[in-house]
Design a protein around this ligand. Structure first.
Ligand code: SF4
Ligand code: SF4
Length: 190
């Protein structure tokens, strides 16, 4: 008799389980969620999680490697907060260091020149204003070297260089080199 009762109980539980699997959608879109959580589809969840993690890791690696490969080391930590603009009149070249660090991060030589990056004398006055301790002067110094390499490799349009010379956005240290390069290209800048 007890055995029969147990059997009935089991049958009833099985029936309830089956019924709960085919429950109606109580919230709109709920079935989509249920699809990934039902017992028979449960294996999909860890696989989807792994795929999502892989995509996130790949995106992070791409972002980081891009900054390291093209930009200059520490610029990767720049938060674009622009706190370093507080240097104000203490910057002897009247520059906006934040824009130069941001340009350095992506190896944006054109904007670096336009924003006066080649005018910076790497005095370091702005460094103390960086909230994440980036050595701004060092970042800009490295970027200046790379920008000069880019100029000599013909990767910067001549008209942009001529314009920068006319507007005194090339520092004294680099003027001669830039003029020489332009003369070699047949551009008379004298
Ligand atoms: S390091 Fe360059 S940007 Fe910073 S204060 Fe000196 S001249 Fe200005
Ligand atoms: S203060 Fe530092 S983190 Fe903020 S913009 Fe300037 S360099 Fe970037």
């Amino acid at each position: 008799m007890d055995k029969n009762n147990d059997q009935d109980k089991n049958n009833q539980e099985n029936h309830e389980n089956k019924q709960s699997e085919s429950d109606v959608d109580l919230i709109p879109g709920g079935r989509i969620y249920q699809y990934f959580t039902k017992q028979r589809h449960r294996m999909l969840t860890p696989n989807l999680n792994r795929m999502a993690m892989l995509i996130i890791v790949l995106a992070l690696l791409l972002t980081i490697s891009k900054s390291i490969a093209i930009g200059t080391g520490q610029s990767i930590y720049c938060l674009e907060c622009r706190s370093c603009l507080a240097v104000g009149d203490d910057c002897p070249a009247d520059l906006q260091p934040s824009e130069l660090v941001i340009a350095a991060r992506t190896g944006d030589y054109k904007n670096f020149i336009k924003d006066g990056g080649l005018e910076c004398i790497t005095c370091g006055e702005c460094v103390e204003y960086c909230i994440v301790d980036i050595d701004i002067a060092s970042v800009i110094g490295t970027m200046q070297d790379r920008t000069m390499d880019a100029i000599k490799a013909g990767r910067i349009p001549n008209n942009l260089l001529v314009e920068a010379l006319e507007e005194d956005r090339i520092g004294a240290e680099y003027v001669e080199e830039v003029e020489e390069y332009l003369l070699e290209q047949g551009v008379d800048v004298k």
